[in-house]
Design a protein around this ligand. Structure first.
Ligand SMILES: [Zn+2]
Length: 365
């Protein structure tokens, strides 16, 4: 354990610019003295495989440090990337402009070679400067969508979703500039894994009939979607349920909403949604809803490996034993299915029977 991460005044650009100058100055001083710079980066994780429960995962406490020096070639390359990205960030902050991770990549594509190299450098910079990604004026292109009983504004631009609760709006990217206008109108928030299911619910006027808000991250949720969802829950104090495929990917997406991702474990406090409940589709429901054999697919070898690894995650043991039980059942039965398999009963079964009955009956974990 190496000390706690603080995010006090880090969102003030002048403060960040001062930290950037301090960091680059220390590197330059080392270099001008003929020494290798040493850049210390705290490491965070959102889970481990400890069974004791005595770990510091996902609580903003670093679990070690990484030292980057010029003694190793791979570190030299990382420092090169880090300083190039830092320069872009500095310019964005100085000019009060925003850029995407993709914009940054295209500034030196031959050096960066792939997007993940830039993404890693941005995460390292956030850790070094003790801030969140949006504080650097780096935004991702929003992938999420929202519809339902909600009014909000983003930097003065108004979005009146209630006018047509079954129309999709993009999730705002600048979540720090969002204000939620109406409190206490919707009854709950439903998060769905897939766009196809989101569209199904829109077609069935699900939000109108159930007075709710529906959000989708379209697969693994990006940072704006997770921040927006957190903002909704904090401001509206509504229960949030999550509907995912009954397969390892679906359940991993579910865990990303609740526990965050390993890459951004340093910012878990701002990205996790601990309140979210798993609404379905549970492995234990396959029989209850009489899904025919042709809707069920056998788990592949890769699926099984993925589930076995997920079963070891400390947060499931500690905070979600019922999720772990269902995951175990998925593995022992060896069969997976998609949410859409429920449509085998009828096209509107999902929106008219499955979801309302589960929410009203409290059948979530
Ligand atoms: Zn742990």
């Amino acid at each position: 354990m190496e000390g706690k991460r603080s995010c006090l005044s880090s969102s003030i650009p002048s403060d960040l610019l001062r930290r950037i100058r301090k960091l680059t100055l220390s590197i330059l001083t080392n270099l001008s003295n003929g020494q290798s710079p040493v850049v210390q980066i705290d490491r965070f994780r959102n889970y481990c495989t400890e069974t004791s429960g005595n770990c510091y995962c996902n609580c903003g406490i670093s679990v070690g440090k990484e030292l980057l020096t010029l003694q190793r070639e791979c570190h030299t390359r990382r420092l090169d990337v880090l300083l190039r990205v830092l320069l872009v960030v500095q310019t964005l902050l100085q000019q009060n402009r925003h850029g995407s991770k993709r914009d940054i990549y295209y500034m030196h594509p031959t050096v960066f070679k792939e997007q993940s190299v830039v993404d890693r450098a941005i995460n390292d910079i956030c850790i070094l400067l003790q801030c969140s990604r949006h504080n650097l004026n780096v935004v991702s292109v929003g992938n999420g969508m929202v519809m339902g009983w909600l009014k909000f504004s983003e930097a003065g631009r108004k979005f009146d979703c209630i006018n047509n609760p079954n129309t999709a709006y993009p999730v705002p990217v600048h979540v720090e500039d969002v204000e939620i206008d109406i409190i206490g109108v919707a009854r709950y928030i439903l998060v769905v894994e897939k766009e196809s299911v989101f569209q199904r619910l829109a077609n069935d006027s699900f939000c109108t009939r159930n007075r709710c808000i529906v959000v989708t991250g379209r697969g693994y949720p990006d940072v704006p979607t997770r921040r927006f969802l957190r903002l909704l829950i904090e401001k509206l104090h509504l229960p949030a349920y999550c509907l995912v495929d009954c397969d390892p990917y679906g359940i991993d997406i579910l865990t990303t909403y609740r526990f965050g991702s390993m890459q951004m474990a340093y910012d878990a406090k701002f990205l996790c949604v601990p309140e979210i409940r798993w609404l379905g589709v549970f492995p234990s429901e396959v029989e209850k809803y009489c899904l025919p054999q042709q809707c069920l697919l056998p788990l592949t070898r890769e699926d099984k490996t993925r589930v076995e690894a997920m079963l070891l995650r400390c947060y499931l043991r500690r905070e979600a034993p019922q999720w772990r039980f269902e995951l175990d059942l998925l593995l022992s039965r060896g069969l997976k299915c998609e949410i859409e398999a429920l449509s085998v009963q009828s096209l509107s079964f999902l929106s008219e029977e499955y979801l309302p009955s589960k929410i009203q009956g409290g059948v979530y974990i």
